[in-house]
Design a binder for this molecule. Structure first.
Ligand code: ADP
Length: 291
């Protein structure tokens, strides 16, 4: 309960009053358009559906509060981290918080390792405790927004978050399941610099009305080659279990936000070079990249 109180305090505290204009030197650079029907934008792929863009009036003086949803391996971390750099808001990944906790050899380590390495979800209590500590730390640094990655993952988490924040947007990244599996199995992390890479060369043909997809590998620079590690939960058996858990527990969270008109569905059309500009367009922030 104390942990939940901390989340609530964090969400309602004065840390939500940093100006949007702090993000970039020219506040007008954040072009949050009032397009009456963004789903008819001819520049977006037909599989991209958008929630209405957030108005500047609604944001007022704080930074964006966005959430990334999506299956394991879809690239939530990659796109959340790129947007975080672009918008100047912190990227908070609950998966990273869990991995930090695992690396710290604290009292929770053994219990957490067993859960994570079996592809299961950590309890709502533990994850909210980790998240509230991270939010409190941000509060002391004056953070007023966030891009959450991997939270919420259950309806209960979504209800708690909805009770204490007014999320602007929930971005649901989507990719066909065979590509998700290949991407998890190809994922490598440099143990020295922390860089994320992917050795999978995905070139799946379209079939039965399903479009094909091509995602070139994201290879590490030579200096990282000998330091690459694989996440212990990225084995075939565990990834398949994580996907099952996602469909059972996390998919209802998509519906939760769809019903509230906050969900932006984004089908990844390919690798980063193809997907990134389209995602920026769907988010109405493409002109920030040019700056
Ligand atoms: P994924 O690639 O499966 O999306 P993450 O890196 O986001 O993985 O998370 C790794 C693991 O951390 C998850 O499999 C789960 O055990 C735990 N975890 C992360 N976020 C949450 C959450 N919001 N609720 C419960 N468990 C979580």
């Amino acid at each position: 309960m104390a942990a939940l109180n901390r989340v609530i305090r964090a969400a309602y505290s004065p840390f939500t009053i940093r100006r949007l204009s702090d993000l970039v030197s020219d506040p007008a650079a954040i072009r949050i358009k009032s397009n009456p029907n963004p789903n008819t934008d001819p520049n977006l792929s037909p599989c991209t559906r958008m929630a209405p863009p957030v108005s500047r009036e609604k944001l007022g003086t704080r930074s964006v509060q966005w959430v990334f949803l999506g299956c394991p391996g879809v690239g939530k971390g990659t796109y959340a981290s790129r947007l975080s750099n672009l918008l100047g808001v912190p990227h908070i990944s609950t998966g990273d918080l869990v991995r930090d906790e695992l690396a710290s050899s604290g009292s929770l380590t053994k219990k957490l390792a067993e859960i994570v390495n079996n592809g299961q979800l950590v309890s709502d209590e533990i994850i909210i405790d980790l998240l509230s500590k991270r939010l409190e730390k941000g509060q002391t640094k004056g953070e007023t927004g966030f891009i959450l990655d991997g939270f919420p993952r259950t309806i209960r988490q979504a209800e708690i978050l909805e009770g204490v924040t007014d999320l602007d947007l929930v971005i649901n990244l989507k990719l066909r399941e065979d590509a998700l599996l290949a991407k998890c199995l190809g994922r490598r992390i440099c143990s020295q610099c922390g860089g994320n890479f992917n050795l999978a060369a995905i070139d799946f043909k379209g079939e039965n009305g399903r479009p094909g997809i091509c995602m070139p590998p994201l290879l590490p620079p030579p200096q990282c080659n000998s330091k690459l590690i694989t996440r212990p939960d990225d084995t075939e058996e565990v990834v398949k279990e994580r996907l099952r858990v996602y469909h059972r527990l996390c998919e209802p969270v998509e519906e939760f936000y769809r019903a509230r008109g906050k969900l932006l569905e984004f089908d990844l059309p390919g690798g980063i070079p193809e997907s990134w500009p389209k995602l920026l367009r769907a988010l109405h922030v493409e002109d920030l990249e040019n700056k």
